[in-house]
Design a protein around this ligand. Structure first.
Ligand code: AP5
Ligand code: MG
Length: 215
């Protein structure tokens, strides 16, 4: 099964993708995570990407499509969870083409709906383990001991450079301008399922599981 998780910054895409990886053996393909890895590569491209991300703007279609194409060529596991990709109509068209080329099909697009006011709190309270990628939150999901990742024991907990109120405003604007039109695209292809992302994390996981059981 191959699915897309779509939603504004802080909707819970990464959180739910990680749960689907554990529960179903699927592979998470997060273009945000891939770009953050490229950023630390020290290349000129990495530097340019870092600046764009920090401002809360979108990286070029060409770069992210290239990243996804590379990963799809060698994909193993029981299916892909596209997390944060596609984000523009050209990216959606490229995904259709790449899926067809590799003999795969898209089963469902899950839209995670969350009110804008809640996103500010989610984003400004988030921190992530730099070693295993587990996502935490100051209030809703703190680590048991401050400064230590419950999942892997690492003390390398980090906040993202684009998790400021200013950058979030720009990220939200990009979402409404460039990504929200994809909801109509996938609705027209009869793939779109809406989930209330305001519910607690376990409830969201249950609703996604029952949605996927029906496709
Ligand atoms: P990306 O990394 O994809 O960021 P995003 O889309 O802004 O989404 P986030 O990762 O911020 O949020 P999330 O939905 O994963 O939420 P999370 O689960 O962490 O992209 C970053 C940048 O990279 C972009 O701005 C762009 O520059 C570039 N980029 C990436 N992909 C691109 C593409 N395809 N094209 C062009 N550019 C691209 O949850 C957030 C917090 O809330 C956490 O602390 C979590 O613990 C908490 N939380 C989660 N669920 C719940 C819940 N149900 N209740 C309470 N708290 C919750
Ligand atoms: Mg994420």
């Amino acid at each position: 099964m191959n699915i897309i998780l779509i939603g504004p910054p802080g909707a819970g895409k990464g959180t739910q993708a990680k749960r689907l990886v554990s529960a179903r053996g699927m592979v998470q393909l997060s273009t945000g995570d891939m770009l953050r890895a490229a950023r630390t590569s020290g290349t000129e491209m990495g530097q340019r990407v870092a600046e764009v991300m920090e401002r809360g703007e979108l990286v070029t279609d060409e770069i992210v499509i290239g990243l996804i194409e590379e990963r799809l060529d060698s994909l193993e596991g029981t299916g892909a969870i596209f997390d944060g990709f596609p984000r523009t109509l050209p990216q959606a068209a490229a995904l259709d083409r790449l899926m067809a080329k590799t003999g795969r099909s898209l089963d469902a697009v899950i839209e995670m709906q969350v009110d804008d006011e809640v996103l500010v709190e989610r984003i400004t309270g988030r921190y992530t383990c730099g070693d295993c990628g587990e996502v935490w939150h100051d209030r809703t999901r703190p680590t048991a001991q401050p400064g230590i990742c419950d999942a892997c024991g690492s003390t390398n907990l980090q906040r993202r450079a684009d998790d400021t109120e200013d950058a979030l405003r720009r990220r939200l604007m990009e979402y409404y301008k460039q990504t929200a039109p994809l909801l109509g695209y996938y609705f027209a292809h009869d793939k779109l399922h809406r989930v209330n992302g305001l519910a607690d994390m376990d409830t969201v996981s249950d609703v996604i599981a029952s949605t996927l059981a029906q496709v």
